[in-house]
Write a protein that binds this ligand. Structure first.
Ligand code: FPP
Length: 226
């Protein structure tokens, strides 16, 4: 029987290098990256088996980048979300943010919540953007929520208290590095990991389809025996 990639998660790396290779500023790579987010989301929303797509858009560590790059990413995100609303509604895509949003500007927080509310009824693909997200931060926040509520700390209660409550089937990283960079560490416990040298702005639905086809034939044992 073949595997089903119900939840696909992607570390979108390589925007800066893509731009630099073309003698352009790093932010141009982010701009192209946003186009690819759109194409890959459309592909996933058309795919009959993918139910969730979680994309690492801004990590808790990304604040360390130059101020202008951070500002550009914030503006790009706000622009992307505002432009995307009609596309989300057309494709029945539900937008959900994960991460600690409290560090973003009021305006960006408002946009994020507005798009989340306006797409809450959508029943197709869930597109989750990880924003000011770090897996360790997410786990700490979840455990503190349990402690504050006087609940016992178990694998099940932690899973339920996380921002992202469902396990990942397929985790892809573009850009050539082989690491998880604090992304969905808990949820990816049994995920299949795929690494590609393709830089994110060059990543295509065709390459994703090839990865999914390869994922379908992997033997997943979840620690047991087949
Ligand atoms: C990593 O590339 C990418 C990011 C830190 C941000 C991801 C952002 C996007 C894909 C575009 C905006 C997204 C949305 C949803 C509008 P990098 O800059 O680390 O690349 P490098 O490794 O080549 O330097």
């Amino acid at each position: 029987m073949s595997n089903i990639a119900k939840h696909v998660a992607i570390i979108m790396d390589g925007n800066g290098r893509w731009a630099q290779e073309r003698g352009q500023k790093r932010v141009k790579g982010h701009e192209m990256g946003a186009e690819v987010v759109r194409n890959i989301t459309t592909y996933c929303s058309d795919h009959k088996e993918i139910r969730r797509l979680t994309l690492y858009a801004f990590s808790t560590e990304n604040w360390k980048r130059p101020r202008l790059e951070v500002e550009f990413l914030m503006q790009l995100l706000e622009r992307y979300l505002k432009n995307e609303l009609s596309e989300y509604l057309k494709n029945d895509v539900r937008f959900e943010p994960i991460g600690d949003l409290s560090r973003f500007s009021n305006s960006l927080q408002k946009t994020i919540h507005n798009i989340e509310e306006k797409t809450a009824h959508c029943d197709g693909l869930v597109q989750r953007l990880a924003l000011n997200y770090g897996s360790q931060d997410e786990i700490v926040r979840a455990v503190n929520t349990l402690i504050d509520a006087g609940k016992s700390v178990t694998e099940e209660s932690i899973s339920e208290a996380l921002d992202c409550t469902c396990e990942v089937d397929l985790l892809i990283r573009t850009g050539g590095d082989h690491r998880l960079s604090n992304f969905l560490l808990w949820q990816a416990a049994y995920a299949e990991l795929f690494f590609t040298d393709t830089l994110w702005p060059d990543f295509t639905p065709e390459e994703l389809e090839k990865i999914i086809t390869s994922f379908m034939t992997v033997e997943r044992r979840f620690g047991g025996l087949k």
